[in-house]
Write a protein that binds this ligand. Structure first.
Ligand code: ATP
Length: 277
């Protein structure tokens, strides 16, 4: 069975719909409310789990939220490693307007430390792929990468949100999955897949663009990149080549974009495999 270890944040994501974004100093009235557990790492973990991988996920949360969040993770097939902290759990507000554009504000709250990675040591050691992103402190990713390297585990970094990162760290990454705004500092690397929204995903090493899958209407693009990275990790771990893995990830991301919110919109492997492109 494919095994993927994911590190990131998880907390309540609140989705509000508005007709028009409020300008500075204005108040907008939301026409819809929805809340679910989210965070780049958590979404990516769910995406890989829905493909059938055994996924373990490390994150931090307020100590009183740990049991509640663990139950949610288990209910979506993710093996949880939630480290309890005094600080509030992460919290995100996602506001979407009528055209589907969105604005996201994230409060990171409780954060992992490099020492917290030790409880995840065996999960990284036995994984086919370690999938990380920039929503956790850099020291956390550094320790996780050190463990992965020791045991020859492949590392995928979704460098989101962008932060300046030293080369000696970047050199250890097997594959990067930035969007167009997160490619700074990666110019000299070839092992990069740049997601380009409705235009598709560019595989730098092949110089090839995998076009996005055409859908009737883009309903909600939040979490498209996370779905892409989680599904990509699964197919690469399954032995597919970069192009085929990218095609599957594009199908998965398009299915997600055709539905509202994130958790319920992330497809299963059957939905991906049976999708008529
Ligand atoms: P987010 O931060 O919202 O998760 P992102 O900016 O990291 O997203 P994008 O580049 O917007 O990621 O999208 C990731 C992938 O999702 C794209 O490469 C593409 O395959 C798919 N995708 C995005 N938008 C659309 C769309 N309108 N139609 C079809 N596929 C889409």
């Amino acid at each position: 069975m494919i095994k993927i270890a994911v590190i990131g944040i998880a907390g309540e994501s609140v989705f509000l719909s508005v007709d028009k974004f409020a300008k500075i100093g204005e108040t907008a009235v939301a026409t819809d409310y929805h809340a679910e557990l989210g965070g780049k790492g958590f979404n990516q973990a769910v995406a890989a789990a829905r493909c059938g991988a055994r996924v373990s996920f490390l994150c931090a949360a307020h100590k009183e939220d740990v049991d509640k969040f663990k139950k949610i993770a288990l209910s979506v097939g993710v093996k949880p490693f939630f480290v309890g902290k005094e600080e509030c759990s992460p919290y995100a507000v996602i506001i979407t307007d009528k055209s589907g554009d969105n604005s996201v504000t994230v409060y990171h709250g409780a954060e992992l430390s490099a020492a917290d990675v030790e409880c995840f040591y065996d999960e990284i050691k036995s994984a086919d792929i370690l999938l990380i992103n920039n929503e956790v402190p850099h020291a956390v990713n550094e320790r996780a990468v050190e463990i992965a390297k020791k045991f020859g585990v492949k590392i995928i970094l979704n460098p989101a949100p962008y932060r300046e990162t030293k080369k000696d760290f970047l050199n250890k990454i097997d594959l990067f999955t930035p969007n167009e705004h997160e490619t700074k500092g990666l110019e000299e690397y070839d092992n990069v897949i740049i997601t380009q929204g409705k235009d598709g995903a560019f595989i730098k090493s092949l110089g090839e663009l995998v076009p996005a899958v055409k859908i009737k209407k883009a309903i909600d693009t939040t979490g498209a990149g996370d779905t892409f990275s989680g599904v990509l990790a699964f197919y690469i771990a399954s032995g597919k080549d970069l192009k085929e893995a990218c095609e599957k990830a594009s199908v998965a991301a398009a299915i997600k974009v055709g539905k509202r919110y994130i958790l319920d919109a992330i497809p299963t492997i059957e939905q991906i495999e049976n999708y008529n492109v």
